[in-house]
Write a protein that binds this ligand. Structure first.
Ligand code: SF4
Length: 342
């Protein structure tokens, strides 16, 4: 690692420690559907022909799956990063029902990342929603128009203007072609809309997109954006994405001043050596992980579901779905001790 990066990380760590407790958490995004009604952003797996063939425009994810994710998040100490998916594929009432139930299960208001949400809908969702996320992806206007031709920034800016009662966040993907000098554009945007939070992602090269031959950003480049943001905005919530391939960076993301990490496939990789390594690196970075990505608590999962008070048919479906998740997640070392898989 270059000396300049080391110095930057030291400074970002110092700023973090002056402003936050030495803790971190895993942020889980919950998908309401796999289909995207835009599907034209040049880096996104949802823009690929393969994805479009596999997922019909009207395909909604089962409510039981979303509820299981919320139950797991609560039980394992994860935070719901946001609900995401195709806003327009749900009739308003159905979307409201889902938001309400997920927030009820989780026991807190949640964040939404569903594109540009109309003002009346936001009012309707308000009792269950604390914040909205704008998927800006990249901040330099020309690059943005090239990468996300059908997702202009302006409607998101308008949403921020009428969503004054909500916390506000944006996403930014590093590796799309942004330049370090664009950092000032990001600073202006965060200041102008008084953002409470930002989520960074490192570009994941997806087959079938124009980025398929790359590797995503260099680690030091990814860290640079996060650390600079931490230094410039000491109190901003910063969430940093990782992947199954980049999981060894999590300790460094902490050093760069991220509050939390997201995008790790935590149910698929629960209790794996990769998850163990993340927990170890977090500790070495001087943080305490709230919750776990390695050890299932020994709780009565059926009772957790019954507590929600769902209609019987949905309750049975959620119990079944939860069992199949837990069977996949249970680390080998715990199998003998747990009763959930019986
Ligand atoms: S980045 Fe978002 S809006 Fe763009 S294609 Fe992917 S899911 Fe759709």
């Amino acid at each position: 690692m270059q000396e300049s990066t080391k110095e930057l990380l030291q400074k970002a760590t110092q700023v973090y420690n002056e402003n936050f407790e030495p803790v971190t958490w895993y942020g889980r995004c919950i998908f309401l559907s796999w289909y995207c009604d835009l599907g034209t952003c040049k880096f996104c797996f949802r823009s690929t022909v393969k994805h479009k063939i596999k997922h019909a425009p009207t395909a909604k994810r089962k409510l039981s799956s979303d509820l299981v994710e919320a139950i797991l998040s609560k039980a394992l100490g994860w935070r719901i990063e946001f609900l995401t998916g195709g806003y327009r594929i749900f009739p308003r009432d159905e979307l409201l029902k889902r938001i309400k139930l997920i927030s009820k299960v989780y026991g807190e208001k949640i964040w939404l990342n569903l594109g540009v949400i109309e003002k009346e809908d936001l009012e309707l969702f308000k009792p269950y929603v604390k914040g909205i996320v704008s998927s800006i992806e990249t901040i330099e206007p020309k690059l943005h128009d090239f990468v996300c031709p059908d997702k202009p920034i302006k409607p998101y800016e308008e949403m921020f203007d009428y969503a004054k009662d909500f916390k506000r966040s944006m996403t930014m993907v590093i590796g799309l072609g942004e330049k370090r000098k664009d950092f000032e554009l990001l600073v202006n945007f965060i200041e102008k809309y008084q953002l409470d939070r930002i989520t960074f992602y490192a570009l994941k090269p997806v087959k079938g997109t124009i980025f398929e031959d790359g590797n995503g950003p260099e680690t030091e480049d990814y860290l640079w954006w996060i650390a600079q943001t931490r230094i410039r905005f000491p109190k901003l919530g910063i969430i940093a994405g990782t992947t199954a391939r980049r999981y060894e960076e999590v300790g460094l993301l902490m050093q760069a001043g991220a509050n939390a990490f997201t995008k790790f496939p935590a149910t698929k990789m629960f209790g794996t050596p990769e998850a163990e390594k993340i927990e170890k690196d977090i500790k070495e970075a001087g943080r305490k992980l709230k919750g776990t990505i390695t050890k299932l608590p020994d709780i009565d999962w059926d009772k957790e579901v019954e507590k929600i008070g769902l209609e019987l048919e949905l309750e049975i479906e959620v119990k079944e779905k939860l069992k199949s998740y837990l069977k996949r997640m249970i680390p080998k070392s715990q199998i003998k001790k747990m009763s959930v898989v019986n």
